[in-house]
Write a protein that binds this ligand. Structure first.
Ligand SMILES: CC(C)(COP(=O)(O)OP(=O)(O)OC[C@H]1O[C@@H](n2cnc3c(N)ncnc32)[C@H](O)[C@@H]1OP(=O)(O)O)[C@@H](O)C(=O)NCCC(=O)NCCS
Length: 238
């Protein structure tokens, strides 16, 4: 990524791409090359994949050829939502870690926190049990979010007919509507598999509580978990 930043002066584009970027991002008469240079400098996240750099900046994605520094296109984040395949199970470690809520002012936990049995149960041998269902969000070939269910004796367990849901996105992809799309797709998958309800457990202070309520979840219990956090048990009737 340093390569791109060090060569920022080399960014250029064609008249056609300029028009496309202006149109896709509603940039009006702004200088497209200058705007892209600023986006690179202030990017939330830069990824290199194949022959391109993908620059993520406040909900937009700019595609830049990594060899010539040509700005190819730019558009709003438009993650593709699809059913989770077996090859996606490897990324569940990452999304389980990203699902852990860190209250303001608290230290970021170490990665190996996911190995604590009460947490690891959410992904252990995923895919082998009834109720193991999932969807992922993919942006420019990278899995950037996942939502999945299991019937396990974990924080959000109600009974054997109600799969419990977990969801997270990589931090750079939060707040752009991808989570809501993942949830809606997962609701369909859950229903198709014969379930009529889904549950979850969420810390009271997590802004995701509002997100779940907007998606039709209701609080049915208010409890304190084994480490003293105040949690809501929530349920959604499909
Ligand atoms: C919760 C989450 C999956 C929502 O997906 P999203 O694509 O960001 O959500 P949308 O853009 O569709 O909706 C915005 C809502 O997401 C939540 N949200 C947005 N950014 C967030 C962030 N950085 N952290 C936690 N929640 C966030 C808020 O509830 C927001 O609603 P609000 O505007 O009323 O506050 C995602 O933000 C995330 O991964 N958060 C961290 C992990 C997490 O808390 N998972 C739930 C554990 S129970």
């Amino acid at each position: 990524m340093d390569n791109l930043i060090n060569n920022i002066e080399k960014l250029h584009t064609t008249a056609l791409s300029k028009a496309r970027v202006r149109n896709n991002l509603h940039l009006g008469t702004l200088d497209v090359v200058e705007w892209c240079q600023q986006a690179v400098e202030h990017a939330n996240y830069i990824m290199k994949s194949g022959k391109n750099y993908y620059v993520y900046y406040n909900g937009d994605v700019i595609t830049i050829n990594a060899h010539s520094y040509t700005i190819i296109t730019a558009h709003k984040i438009n993650a593709k939502i699809r059913v989770m395949g077996e090859s996606d199970h490897a990324c569940l470690d990452e999304f389980l870690y990203q699902a852990i809520f860190i209250p303001k002012g608290e230290d970021v936990p170490p990665r190996n926190i996911i190995n604590v049995p009460e947490i690891f149960i959410y992904i252990k041998n995923f895919g082998e049990e009834i109720g193991d269902l999932g969807v992922v969000a993919e942006q420019n070939g990278q899995v950037v979010g996942a939502a999945w269910t299991r019937i396990i004796h974990a924080y959000g367990h109600i009974d054997e007919n109600i799969p419990e849901l977990a969801i997270s996105l990589l931090p750079e992809f939060r707040g752009y509507g991808i989570g809501a799309k993942l949830m809606k797709k997962l609701f369909k998958v859950i229903e198709e598999n014969g379930y009529s309800q889904t549950s979850l457990s969420v810390q009271k202070d997590n802004p995701a509580v509002r997100f779940y309520q907007r998606l039709g979840y209701e609080i049915i219990n208010d409890k304190v978990d084994h480490v003293g956090n105040g949690d809501y048990l929530m349920i959604k009737i499909l």
